[in-house]
Design a protein around this ligand. Structure first.
Ligand SMILES: [Zn+2]
Length: 148
């Protein structure tokens, strides 16, 4: 891993610290804040997030709250992003997070994503056959006036 990759993974892990301390006293928070995410924007700012996991299944990924933290500060372009468990295992983003990162800013297809082992892949590599490339045109045959 490069030093930047190590630092961003470390930020992702550190993001879980406070919530995991709080979760230690709660039987119903087994995975609350168990995954952290950190990202660095094109402007060079760092934002972090943690996953939310409630017993009835309500929740979202750490990348969601990191992206929300970024948007809250008026930015959308991510240069590099990482997610890791509280004990340091690097996780690739799930499919939903890949779409979230892409749809937040299409330029994020070039975002560098830290993958298990500490290597980097672009989001484009992790999101092949973009569905939006196939629905760009208006549906045909809807000019007959039917339905009026
Ligand atoms: Zn996810």
């Amino acid at each position: 891993m490069t030093s930047e990759t190590e630092r961003i993974v470390e930020s992702a892990v550190r993001a879980t610290d406070e919530c995991r301390s709080l979760a230690a006293g709660r039987d119903d928070w087994k995975y609350m804040g168990y995954v952290g995410s950190a990202l660095i924007t094109a402007a060079g700012n760092r934002y972090t997030g943690i996953n939310v996991e409630l017993v009835c299944g309500i929740g979202f990924c750490a990348e969601h709250t990191a992206v929300a933290d970024m948007l809250k500060h008026g930015e959308s372009r991510i240069r590099i992003i990482a997610a890791a468990t509280a004990d340091g295992n690097i996780l690739p983003p799930c499919g939903r997070c890949r779409e979230l990162i892409y749809q937040t800013d299409p330029a994020n297809l070039e975002t560098q994503v830290v993958v298990p082992g500490g290597g980097l892949r672009t989001l484009r590599d992790l999101l092949p056959l973009n569905w939006q490339d196939y629905i760009a045109e208006e549906p045909e045959g809807d000019e007959s006036g039917s339905g009026g």
